[in-house]
Design a protein around this ligand. Sequence first.
Ligand code: WT7
Length: 645
Amino acid sequence: MNYPYQIKSYEQYKADYKKSIEQPEAFWAEIATHFTWRKKWDKVLEWNFTEPKIEWFKGGKLNITENCIDRHLATMGDKPAIIWEPNNPEERVRIVTYNRLHKRVCQFAQVLLNNGVKKGDRVCIYMGMVPELAYAVLGCARIGAIHSVIFGGFSAQSIADRLDDAQAEFIVTCDGAYRGEKVIPLKSVIDDALVGNKTIKRVIVYTRTRTPISMIKGRDVWWEDEMEYAEHQVEKDGIVSLPAVEMDAEDPLFILYTSGSTGKPKGVVHSTAGYMIWTNYTFINTFQYNKGDVHFCTADIGWITGHSYIVYGPLSAGATSLMFEGIPTYPDAGRFWDIVEKHKVNILYTAPTAIRSLMSFGLVPLGGKDLSSLKILGTVGEPINEEAWHWYDENVGKKKCPIVDTWWQTETGGCLITNLAGVTPAKPSWATLPMPGVQPILVDEKGEEVTEKDENGVIKGNLCIKAPWPSILRTTYGDHERCRTNYFATYPNLYFTGDGALKDEEGFYRITGRVDDVLNVSGHRIGTAEVENALNMHSGIVESAVVGYPHDIKGQGIYAFVICNHFHGGEEQTRKDILQTITRVIGAIAKPDKIQFVNGLPKTRSGKIMRRILRKIAEGETGSIGDTSTLLDPNIVDDIVQGRL
Ligand code: WT7
């Protein structure tokens, strides 16, 4: 049998789901026995959502890298763990076997030790999509250091904020990263982030692009030199190995920053055992992974999708994970299909925004590409519209590949609501059913369960989860109260997702999008408050309000209404300057698609901005803008409508 806990039929799903709810401890204990533990747990689950306090497999001792690497060596040492496809298709592919992965991770773990990294220390990783990024992540986990990966699109200022919040003392980076035609100067961004920083002791730099960089004596060291030195230390009789540090089941594994509706990004903390079991279980079941399959998740490891479904889920399952350095449109819009053909990809997991972007190039880039290896397709990150779903189904899956629409979040660690490929039914643009162990509930504003159905038998409400699953976030780094207020205080005794959802008569869920002030742009989460704070830092800007609007490719675009009292070089130039400020403060991913200069913002008498009205304007609503009678100055709305972009 492939994996003993792989669900093979709809009936089995129903039975497993039932058991997971009625006897959660027995259910997860059985699954946990299929992992490598140094010491068995004392208690499967203890929790309350009021503090919140959530502990899975308490007292258990393990190391996640023994589960992701060591335990596969005897039977699969020479099988590919990572297939790496470079940005430039002419460059050599790298195939990292489990043996090689073991060697490199042990070596790099020793490098970390040599540089003074200890269990519990925070290591920031800011690298391109190279195998060394996976070695760095797993090297941290090997010695119990907490990794905090930052996506390569974030600015120096964003990095500085995150370093400060995490009190990080170590950084692993690259000289540069290739992305399509561009070279991103990663080390130079790190140097900017470190101006005035007093906590960082060491920066380890991997050479990828050979972009000239500054190397500060006593602080910056080269990855290659460090690895060479470490190799001799960890080698014995020709075998390179470093014992893994024993971790408690609840020891933090990593921090990953994500945006919320208020203020600066928060550091979501995931723990060791629960996260491992969930990413493994959901990987095997959602994608119906079979040993030997090639799994291609197109996300960046800078986001949770890459953590869970490029690194930890696949590797803990002994899978082959394809890691792609580049972008879907380089050298042309057929790149994904070339990769599928070249590496005989069996599972392709990508984002609706990527699908819509590739759709816009028509069918020519697909012409002549052999996609017959594909068995399963997946999407994640935002609601998928039916048009994109059908395009994916017809042109990529040739109507033979089940599509899984996986709903989850940085905070959930892995998929919570999704169909299981070919096992449970799919329904275009519906995420469908909860994973075993997940108990969704739809509530109204007051937190009461919604039971009233509309004429189609559909219930609509705010999506909450009633009880913890193994990889629910444990805290937000350095500020547990923030975790409580953000996720557990809106509705007592419920985890609030921030999403709205529908539930049909079959119990299928459809996620309709965020109900808070969070935007989802190309599958990336951005807080409106965060963008507004950055806008307000621009000289000349007096006040701003940011809302989302439907965007053909990105899903949501960013629309900024800005009061500006100084246009240096005119409006067009000012717009460009503002974009530059955003790029500096947050990163290019947060650049507004539209900036409308306005004389005032619609406010209530108490001074609250009426976003509902701005949203309607941004959405291009031509009919009624809604009730404006409570506004301080209703005329402002007419002006804004007049100047709409
Ligand atoms: C938000 C989480 C999960 C990894 C990528 C994004 C939206 C995610 C779906 C889906 C509809 C989805 C939600 C969620 N979302 N997947 N299949 N259908 N919406 O992670 O940055 O933490 O964002 O993305 O709004 O709350 P994230």
